[in-house]
Structure formats: structure tokens, C-alpha cells
Write a protein of this length. Structure first.
Length: 190
């Protein structure tokens, strides 16, 4: 996986958390120290979930080696498609419902887990193509930390609409990465 692909994947995986952070920031407008603390929680969880998915994928890798590129393509396509579909859905009664109603540690962790499930599915797909998961997970964690910290702070200024557009762009990027993986493994890019 190229550095550019890792960067695009990292930013794509961060968009759900960014959208939740923008919504939360619009409702509560936290100061920078609080936004950084919340961003750290999101970044750590988002870095851990692809590692878990990767481990699960490695357990199954021997059984699916002949079709691993198709699985990676399908998983990235499904996650990307889901993100695109969600980006067009009308927000709940209160856009802040994506984020916890209270800023306590449990509410933040649950929201971070909820926005990182897609990263676990991507981790499964990445196990099939043999990427360095430590670099990918660290990149996802750092980009999530940065984007959510900023999202918490700018939420009041830009509103949740910008978060939905970022989520849509992230979904398109995931589908593109899955297509590139498939094309590379099928020899279409040679």
C-alpha cells in the first residue's frame, strides 16, 4: 500500500468520528484542552479497531488466499457505500445524538467505538493483502485525533452539514482504494 493510499484510507476512516465531533462541538463548544482530550479518546479507539480486524482477518487468511483481493474490494466497497448512504440520510431530531449527550468518559468511548466499527471491517480486508497494519493503524489514529479535535472546536462554526460531506468523500475514497486493490491483484494495472 502506497503512502498516498494510507493517507487517503486514514482520512476516510476518520470521517465518521469527525462528523460526530462536529455535531458534538456544535452543541457544546469545548475549549481546546477538552477538544484535545476527546480527540485523543477517538484517535486511540480508531487506531485499535483496525488492529482487531486485522487479527481476525489473519485467522481466516489461509482459507481465503485465492480470493483475498475480492474480499478486500467487497469490504471496502460495502463500508464506503454505507458511509455514502449515511451521508445522505437526514439527521436525527438532534444532530448531536451521534455524540454522547454527556461528556463523560463512558459516553465518549461508546461514541468512539460506534464511529470506528468500519475501521475494524477495513482491518479484516487489509489482513488479506498483507499491509503493515501498525503503520496503517497509527496513521488512522493520528488522523482521527487531529480531525476530531478540530471538529469539536469548529462544530459551532460549520455545523453538521460539513461533517456529512466529509463522510461522503470518505466513502468514495474507500471504494476507490478497494477498486485499486482489486485492479492491482488482478493485473489490470500492469
Amino acid at each position: 500500500m502506497t503512502p498516498l493510499a494510507i493517507l487517503i484510507l486514514s482520512l476516510s476512516m476518520s470521517t465518521d468520528a469527525f462528523a460526530a465531533a462536529v455535531a458534538r462541538g456544535a452543541a457544546h463548544r469545548p475549549a481546546w484542552p477538552v477538544a484535545l482530550k476527546w480527540g485523543l479518546v477517538f484517535g486511540l479507539v480508531e487506531a485499535a479497531t483496525p488492529l482487531i480486524g486485522y487479527g481476525l482477518g489473519l485467522l481466516a487468511a489461509d482459507y481465503v488466499e485465492a480470493v483475498d483481493h475480492w474480499i478486500a474490494f467487497a469490504l471496502l466497497g460495502l463500508v464506503g457505500g454505507h458511509m455514502i448512504r449515511e451521508s445522505f440520510e437526514a439527521p436525527a431530531v438532534d444532530e448531536g445524538e451521534e455524540a454522547p449527550r454527556r461528556a463523560g468518559p463512558l459516553g465518549l468511548v461508546l461514541t468512539a467505538i460506534g464511529t470506528s466499527i468500519d475501521a475494524a471491517a477495513v482491518g479484516v480486508g487489509l489482513a488479506f493483502i498483507g499491509v503493515n497494519i501498525w503503520i496503517v493503524a497509527a496513521s488512522i489514529g493520528v488522523s482521527t485525533f487531529v480531525l476530531t479535535s478540530i471538529g469539536f472546536r469548529i462544530g459551532g462554526a460549520v455545523g453538521a452539514r460539513f461533517g456529512k460531506r466529509a463522510e461522503r468523500l470518505g466513502g468514495i475514497a474507500l471504494i476507490g482504494i478497494g477498486t485499486l486493490i482489486l485492479a492491482d491483484h488482478m493485473g489490470w494495472m500492469a
